[in-house]
Design a protein around this ligand. Structure first.
Ligand code: ZN
Length: 884
């Protein structure tokens, strides 16, 4: 059934206090839930309907006496619930070891874990499993003391000890209590044989806290980075937003089987080990950065998500968009220098364009605050998270950094302890900034929550030499998306400046400002700048100030001026990307082979050899636009043609800059030990890019020196970034030495699951050539180390191929789609959430060229024809079919 946002109603009952007892056993766990229920007098009295899924109900008591009830689908209905406050007691059992969906209570590696967001709590016990029902929880855990020495739940440890009764031999218990009212999705329980890294810290306010990172025995030395990230997050949130840690104890736990990155359960964050564990030998620079940002993200949720939570799941971006914004700001502050901050921003925008833009123009396009869903897990999306974060960033751009901080302060003053909506957040930021560019157009600004689709903004500049004016005319339009045809203009903050032909910044007004924010809020708008002597080059949308597609019609000459001279590093990068994109699109549209011009090659050489630019920035500037982003620019997508164009561009860049790559490779070697700081990781990134270019070029010329050097570097590397970089250079170029290197890599790391995931993913993401990559992936699904049961491992092959390797996936013989359908169905029987993620590889089938389009549709229809699909996958495939 489709759930509609506008159908929201408060429940007829609140649950204010919960006493939960778990008698943990992998085959049959007994759950006893004692609840204090309160009538919600603002809603008419009616039956009490509790959610419950895959539970065995044992008994239901109201005020100590049994009551009649019925089961209606996934609801337990008590028709004669008192029109008063009462005590409700429920007993049921669940089977954690059979819970392969990894939602609710499940086992992984012999320990117990929970995942309750969004609707997993109902797979533990019957409850009003909705975020506006907030209760204070006490949790008692009872389990075998030898197998599960560590027993954890949210909040503070109240008591623990050995169970003495006969029948409980060898078992122990722990009682945890969380003083903060919370929705059921934030409950967490962990029991197992784990060890912890511990650190005591004192906050600015002078309070002492115990921080713990729990992992399996043997992983302890890989937790240092996570602990450091956690401490840095605490310090940052207090300094930037005056938000301190509110618990005596803050725990983080790693688990190998997990559907997402991590979960912000109050005081007991649970992490996918891939988002937690790192050592120089096993994790790359990108892993270190990702861990820092996810640890921060979950920590920041303590305020934005937990202290103030969502009224209903349509408001998901209230906590996710805001928390992603906060973790992005944190990462930028940690990076430090202007250039390192820009590198963070560029990476975030690249991610948005690669994931969210395609989502916004495909079958699953939805607003930041969706209007309907059948499975909420399908809406933990790039739109809700990443576009949501861009929306929060626009608030900050419109009211200024200080204004935004004041808005946050008011938000917490008003709503601490409440379950609220995106409207409440908007009101707080606007009310704290009366008269601001936001407050004066708040209703229009909120279209960012309601309209799907990426707005197209067109800019046209005209210089009037006689009047010495420069006129910028903007138009905007948001394309139709499924279910939304008419769109209103959006509020688009355009941070901008003007440069003269030599790259000097021009004064935009009498104050001499060289940068300003133009706020678009009409379909068409004009801005005039005075005292402009000659035709300027406009630098628009600096720092990517709004999540739009900008068409400014700039010539290559103008783009070169921006690339060389703009004061905004984001737009310098963007100008280079645009130069590359223009060439690729031109070749694709003309149906001609791509030939890079000497001007472009020289510009790229200029970047590579630039004396001042940071290596990290150079690496980003010299990396060509991704195939998904290129596909976004085209109405009809031929994945093979795009791939061929990108490979051609890469090969020419590799060859034309051969000596420069070699020099850059030598110049960016690092002496001494490994640290994942921005400067060193930038050097490694550039050296690895240079190496991959050199091996690619060698492959074309038949030279064996660079492949040999890459192999040597692969063998000698003292850290995973360099080792994987060298391995990738060999694999991606299709070098002969790739096979022995892959074999050696597997032998070295066969006992480290997270590294073996990289081994699978690298092979599945390799550039396709004559079907070899696809054949390799099919063979790897039979590898002894491959399983669909572990989400990281399943993704390492399936998502890598179907979502990140378009040229290997989209085949004229449709074998990729057949493979997709088989795998989606196989995974769906085990783990619907995981299956529906993989299913989304077909989101944009309708834009494909023939023969891909028809074959893709057929494969989707075949999946949709299955009668026993999960709600998760059904929603994805049905939306896909409806979009064509
Ligand atoms: Zn989050």
């Amino acid at each position: 059934p489709l759930i509609q946002r506008l159908d929201y109603q408060q429940p007829a009952f609140w649950i204010r206090k919960v006493d939960l007892t778990f008698d943990l056993d992998p085959a049959k766990t007994l759950v006893t839930s004692k609840m204090q229920v309160e009538r919600n007098r603002s809603v008419p009295h009616g039956p009490l309907r509790l959610h419950g899924e895959e539970l065995n109900l044992l008994r239901v008591l109201i005020d100590g006496s049994s009551v009649s009830f019925r089961q209606e689908g996934n609801e337990l209905v008590i028709d004669n619930a008192p029109d008063a406050d009462f005590a409700l007691e429920i007993r049921n059992t669940t089977c954690p070891e059979k819970n392969t969906a990894l939602s609710g209570l499940y086992t992984s590696g012999g320990s117990f874990f929970t995942q309750c967001e969004a609707e997993g709590f109902r797979r533990i016990t019957y409850f009003l499993d909705r975020p506006d029902v907030m209760a204070v929880y006490t949790v008692t855990l009872r389990a075998d003391a030898t197998k599960y020495p560590v027993l954890l739940a949210n909040g503070n440890l109240v008591s623990s000890g050995t169970l003495e009764e006969p029948g409980n031999k060898g078992r122990h218990f722990a009682v945890w209590s969380d003083p903060f009212p919370k929705p059921s999705y934030l409950l967490a329980v962990v029991a197992g044989d784990l060890v912890a890294r511990e650190q005591r810290v004192r906050t600015r306010a002078g309070k002492d806290h115990l921080l713990q990172v729990y992992v399996r025995r043997g992983d302890l030395e890989k937790t240092e980075h996570a602990m450091n990230s956690l401490i840095a997050s605490m310090v940052w949130d207090e300094a930037r937003f005056q938000l301190p840690l509110d618990l005596e104890r803050f725990m983080v736990v790693g688990v190998s089987d997990f559907n997402m990155g991590a979960m912000e359960n109050k005081g007991l964050n649970i992490f996918n080990t891939s988002a937690l564990l790192a050592s120089p030998a096993t994790a790359t620079d990108a892993d270190f950065a990702r861990i820092e940002s996810i640890v921060a993200h979950e920590y920041f949720h303590n305020w934005t998500g937990n202290r103030v939570t969502c009224r209903d799941w349509f408001q998901l971006s209230l906590k996710e968009g805001l928390t992603v914004f906060r973790d992005q700001e944190f990462s930028m502050d940690m990076a430090g220098t202007t250039s390192a901050r820009a590198v963070c921003r560029i990476q975030d925008v690249r991610q948005l364009r690669a994931m969210q833009f395609p989502e916004d123009s495909g079958a699953m396009a939805h607003p930041v605050r969706p209007d309907s869903y059948s499975e909420i897990n399908n809406f933990y999306t790039a739109t809700v998270y990443e576009k949501g974060a861009e929306v929060v960033r626009m608030y900050q751009t419109l009211v200024g950094r200080k204004g935004f901080e004041a808005g946050m302060k008011l938000y917490f003053e008003r709503h601490d302890g409440q379950a609220v909506t995106c409207d409440d957040f908007a009101a707080a930021i606007a009310d704290a900034n009366p008269g601001s560019a936001l407050a004066t157009r708040l209703d229009a600004f909120k279209r960012w929550y309601s309209q799907a689709g990426t707005p197209r903004v067109t800019a046209f500049g005209e210089h009037d030499a006689a009047a010495r004016t420069y006129t910028l005319r903007f138009t905007q339009q948001t394309p139709a998306t499924p279910g939304q045809t008419d769109k209103q203009p959006q509020v688009v903050p355009v941070v901008m400046g003007l440069l003269d032909r030599h790259g000097t910044a021009l004064a935009l007004n009498a104050n001499g400002d060289t940068e300003q924010v133009l706020v678009l809020d009409q379909a068409e708008q004009t801005f005039v700048f005075e005292n402009i002597d000659s035709e300027p080059v406009p630098s628009l949308l600096r720092g990517f100030s709004a999540p739009v597609v900008l068409h400014d019609g700039l010539s290559d000459a103008a783009l070169l001026v921006l690339m060389r001279h703009d004061s905004d590093p984001f737009n310098r990068w963007e100008a280079g990307q645009r130069l590359a994109l223009n060439r690729i699109l031109h070749a694709l549209r003309a149906g001609q082979p791509l030939v890079l011009s000497p001007v472009f090659i020289d510009a790229m050489r200029g970047v590579l050899n630039h004396p001042e630019l940071d290596p990290a920035f150079k690496e980003l500037a010299l990396t060509l636009p991704g195939e998904a982003y290129i596909a976004e620019q085209l109405d009809v997508v031929d994945p093979q043609a795009i791939h061929a164009a990108v490979i051609a561009a890469q090969t020419q860049l590799a060859s034309a800059l051969r000596d420069d790559w070699a020099a850059a490779f030598e110049a960016h070697q690092i002496q001494g030990g490994y640290t994942p700081d921005p400067v060193s990781s930038g050097k490694r990134a550039l050296a690895n890019l240079a190496l991959s270019m050199l091996v690619l070029d060698a492959q074309a010329t038949g030279d064996t020196v660079w492949p040999g050097k890459a192999y040597q570097r692969f063998k000698d590397a003292s850290n995973m970034t360099d080792r994987l970089g060298a391995l990738a250079a060999l694999v991606n170029a299709g070098a002969e030495l790739a096979a022995p290197a892959l074999e050696r890599f597997h032998a070295l790391f066969k006992d480290d699951a997270l590294v073996i995931d990289k081994w699978f993913a690298l092979q599945a993401r390799a550039p396709e050539s004559e079907g070899r990559v696809f054949a390799r992936v099919k063979a790897l699904t039979k590898h002894a180390d491959f399983t669909l049961k572990n989400p990281n491992r399943a993704r390492s092959l399936l998502a890598s191929l179907c979502m990140f390797n378009p040229a290997a996936f989209h085949r004229t013989d449709a074998a990729g789609y057949v493979f997709w359908a088989e795998q989606v169905l196989a995974v769906d029987a085990i783990n619907p959430q995981l299956a529906s993620r993989v299913a989304r590889a077909m989101d944009r089938w309708a834009q494909l060229a023939e023969p891909y389009r028809s074959a893709a549709r057929e494969a989707i229809a075949r999946v949709a024809a299955k009668s026993d699909l999960s709600t998760d996958v059904r929603e994805i495939v049905e939306r896909a079919l409806a979009s064509g």
